[in-house]
Design a protein around this ligand. Sequence first.
Ligand code: MG
Ligand code: MG
Length: 271
Amino acid sequence: MRQNDSVEEFVDVAIEAAKKAGEIIRRGFYKSKHVEHKGVVDLVTETDKACEDLIFNHLKQCFPSHKFIGEETTAAASGDFELTDEPTWIVDPLDGTTNFVHGFPFVCVSIGLTIEKKPVVGVVYNPIIDEIFTAIDGRGAFLNGKPIKVSSESQLIKALVATEVGTNRDKAIVDATTGRINRLLFKVRSLRMSGSCALNLCGVACGRLDLFYEIEFGGPWDVAAGALIVKEAGGLVLDPSGSEFDLTARRVAATNPHLKDAFINALNESE
Ligand code: MG
Ligand code: MG
C-alpha cells in the first residue's frame, strides 16, 4: 500500500499501470502483424486479459481497499458490474481491439477512477504512437505532460466529427446509424471512425477533432477516463440527446462549448 491516498498518487499509479500494459500491447501489436492466421482473435483475448490482470494487480497492490470494474472481468461475470460511491477504478485494458487485430495504430489502455461516482482521474495511453493523455478533476488535461485544450471552432460546417458504428449489425440499428451519419454529413466538414472511443474523446480534448458521439458502445470503461480528459480540456461531455452525461448509459457526445448547441441540434434533427 502507498503512503498517502492523494489524487497525485492515484494518477501516478494509473500511469505506471497503463505504461506496463502498453508494453504488452506494443509487443502483441507488432507480432500480430506478422502472424496473420487463425488464433489472432485468441491472441487479442489473451492480450486483453493479460493487460487487465496486470493493471488490476498493480492498482490493487497500491490501493487494496478500492473497487474495480474492468471490461474483461465484467464480461466474465456476464456483463454485471456495480458502480458505487467507493473509489472505483474503471478499466478498458485494450480499447480498439479491431484495430489491434488489423495493426491499425489506434489502440489504447484506458484507466479511470471515480469517487462518489464522479470521475476524478483519467489516463489514456496509446502505446503504439506513445501518447499518454492524463487528467485530474479540476486540474486540467495533458498530452505527454503538456496542457491540452479543445478546439475553438464555432462553425459546424468547419467541424471534424468522429463517431463509430459499433458491433451490432441488426438492419434497423445499422440503418439508424448510417442514416444519422448521412444527415450529419451535409452539416459538417468531414467524419472519422478510428475505432477507439477513448481515443476519440482524447482527440476532442486536444482539438484534433471538434466533435465526437457514439451510441451503444461497450461500457463505462470506454468513457470513464476520456470524459474527464475532455472536461478538463475545456470541453463538454453530454448525452447525444443534449441531456446530462451518464457514465453507465453507453451514450456519449463530446464537443467544445461553441459547437454544443449546433451539434446537439444536428444530432437530434438527424433522428
Ligand atoms: Mg477493450
Ligand atoms: Mg473498449
